[in-house]
Design a protein around this ligand. Sequence first.
Ligand code: DGY
Length: 321
Amino acid sequence: MKKNVVLFSKIPADQQTRLEQAFNLTVFDDNTDYNSTSYTNALANAEGMIGNISTRIDDNFLAKMPKLKAAATISVGFDNYDLNALKKHGIRLMNTPKVLTESTADLIFTLMMATARRTVELSNLIHNGKWKKGITPEYYGTDIYGKTIGILGMGRIGQAIAKRAHCGFDMNIIYYNRSARHDIEQTYNAKRLELDNVLRQADFIVIILPLTEETTKLITKEKLALMKPSAILINGARGKIIDQQALFEALKNKTIKAAGLDVFEIEPLPTNSPLLELDNVLLSPHVGSATVETRYAMAKCAVDNIITALKDEKPTENWVN
Ligand code: DGY
């Protein structure tokens, strides 16, 4: 008999078909009534689920899914899944770790370059009819080539950023990571330092750490104060790694030069966020992996994961717990 699986977002049609062939599938979308009996029943009967970064899975939610055995997320990050609660209920979680590395590293570079060269600000200048004469020094940007990049987190995406920085931009690479990556140090001439020293020395600080208890509010007011006034901060990981109010103040008071943010403490970013007042912050709506190719590969990977775990009842290489 086919097992029941719930899918919390739309995925490409051919991948949905694979799920429909393997399972009794219920798909939730923007039209789903989360107060309806059909929603409650689908949760109550589900043995598998595919969620994403917006799906909050905790003890309370799992109480509504008593038959759940396996969960897949269409994301590499899984900070929105309570691992203790999953363990308590005996549920395995699988993520999509390898397929989004390059597009996320590309987005980090997009943010670095656009922030350093003030691309959005200068584009808005033209849109607003203010390009009347040659651009004066107050609009000049900052070079990236040959500068020092400080990478916080030397996992897969950190390494892909190091490759771009070394091979494409001749950058000096310093990094902060729990463990040393001697291979990366050799290949890209990278140097591992304490967090405070990375913050003091880098021209560009790039955050690509997972959100954990250790990394929550890692970048406080005091840490921001260590950065050079000319430094640019890029966050492509999770908003809660930075004290966002402290960052707002550092940007407003120009104790750091600029920031490029793809992630925020609260997403979507509230329309009254003080960050919206600033010119020296480039805002991006959590799109590190949002390319057609990568989002397809992530959906396929999640479908592979749930089929392997629940239909074939085999271990997958993507268990996170
Ligand atoms: C992830 O997969 O965790 C990313 O943040 C989604 O873009």
